[in-house]
Design a protein around this ligand. Structure first.
Ligand SMILES: [Zn+2]
Length: 340
């Protein structure tokens, strides 16, 4: 999600696409295996297995029939095989899952009420365990719609609740060059300052902020500008509607590479800063939110300059698991378009 105007002229996004296409090495998780399949996919797979067993039973019956066995006997055998292959019914008495119990652990309750999201994740057994529990519906205390939490997911199907949400702890980022809007939530601001310092220390050059927090009203202005410049459909590929932008969380930041002068975000992927960020942002709790080839899930064209703060606990699990979208990480539906 970026700004229209001279620095981010609408025509520039076509150049950005070319740059991204030409630089597969800069793709962040290219070295990792494909992400774990979503539970929906697993359930579908299990269903397909059941169907395959039934079909095998029917095929066995058919084969027996063609070699001359009495058809009634074959049908009975096929029915027995089909019945045997059906999954057993769920137990009538259910017991609470360990994850629900995890939400009730004193350390978890305490961390959540103190607003220490990372401590809560650790107390629940770590990000991978929490992810699993959320996907299976066993972690009611991890609300992916809560915009005050590091695990909030905002996309075209998941607007803010309320739509005009404003973070409480916005702050400036110390020691980092800023163009346009430079505020982030306090924890993200501190982590981002560390990220910028680490990039410099690694010899990757200077990284500056072109856009951090944007309010609902800021986003309305930005989006309207894109719609006026490119039409509504094209605007929706590159700019979120107000109430749907990650920038409104105070946890997202658009960056540019500076070597003396600062470059255009459209060319960020091919800079040494862009390559470093794709490989290392997770170490500081950030992920590249809109990767190449993921628009069918995220709803946005690739934005190698847009990073989202999750905290190190979640970002390490995301990176280590080889994920490319937050929707896949949390088992949420793809959000290529708005629901209307
Ligand atoms: Zn952005």
């Amino acid at each position: 999600m970026r700004l229209p105007g001279p620095r981010h002229a609408p025509g520039a996004r076509h150049r950005a696409r070319e740059t991204v296409d030409a630089a597969p090495a800069a793709h962040p998780a290219a070295h990792h295996a494909a992400p774990t399949r979503r539970p929906g996919a697993l359930a579908a797979g299990a269903g397909a297995l059941g169907v395959a067993v039934l079909l095998a039973g029917a095929a066995a019956a058919l084969t027996a029939a063609t070699i001359g066995a009495p058809p009634d006997v074959d049908r009975a055998a096929a029915a027995r095989l089909a019945a045997a292959s059906r999954p057993s019914p769920p137990p009538l008495v259910s017991s609470p899952t360990p994850a629900v119990a995890a939400c009730e652990l004193p350390g978890v309750v305490e961390a959540l009420s103190a607003g220490d999201d990372e401590a809560a994740l650790i107390a629940m057994g770590g990000a991978a365990a929490v992810r699993e529990a959320v996907i299976t519906g066993g972690a009611p205390c991890i609300d992916l719609a809560d915009p005050t939490r590091l695990w909030v997911v905002v996309d075209k199907l998941r607007p803010y609740e309320p739509l005009g949400h404003e973070p409480a702890d916005l702050t400036r980022v110390d020691g980092v060059r800023v163009f346009n809007e430079g505020l982030l939530r306090a924890e993200a601001a501190a982590a981002f300052a560390e990220l910028v310092a680490a990039a410099q220390e690694a010899g990757a050059g200077q990284i500056a902020i072109t856009s951090g927090y944007r309010s609902f009203d800021d986003q309305a202005t930005q989006h309207a500008r894109w719609v006026a410049a490119e039409g509504a459909d094209s605007a929706d590929e590159v700019s979120a509607r107000p109430g749907y932008s990650e920038h409104q969380s105070g946890l997202a930041v658009d960056v540019v590479a500076c070597d003396g002068a600062c470059g255009d975000i459209a060319r960020f992927a091919s800079t040494r800063q862009g390559r470093w960020l794709a490989e290392n942002s997770w170490r500081h709790g950030f992920i590249v939110r809109y990767e190449q080839g993921q628009a069918g899930t995220t709803g946005y064209s690739p934005e190698p300059w847009h990073i989202r703060y999750l905290g190190v606990v979640l970002a390490a699990a995301y990176h280590g698991g080889g994920f490319h979208t937050l929707e896949d990480f949390w088992g949420l539906p793809a959000a290529p378009d708005y629901g209307d």
